[in-house]
Write a protein that binds this ligand. Sequence first.
Ligand code: ZN
Length: 126
Amino acid sequence: MRHWHEEHGAQEWRTAADEADRRRGVVVPAEELLGVAEGRRLLTLALELLDKPASPGALTAARSTARKALGVIPQSKPDQLCHEHRWRGRSSWPERPPLEVCARPTCGRCVPLKQARASADESTEM
Ligand SMILES: [Zn+2]
């Protein structure tokens, strides 16, 4: 089976998509990403649990909380599956713009775009 990037037009699409991302620049500064605040909250909680490691369940809860933090802290770059997901969904973009972003929960490219879109949606609802 061929990899997505071996499909006809995939390399050109990726180059153009990456260039468009570069031109757009920073959409939401890292300090303002919701996942950063949530990750900080979870890691603080994990640290508090580690303050009393002998308490029943504290270590398990600390490990679990630290794992949850990794599930929300955005990556610094696009997720490794981001380009493939967007390549496969590209035909639906004009009708369904949400597919222009990937479904990876911590994608460094798409998390800021989703957050910007959500706050734009909120401001148009008012
Ligand atoms: Zn993505």
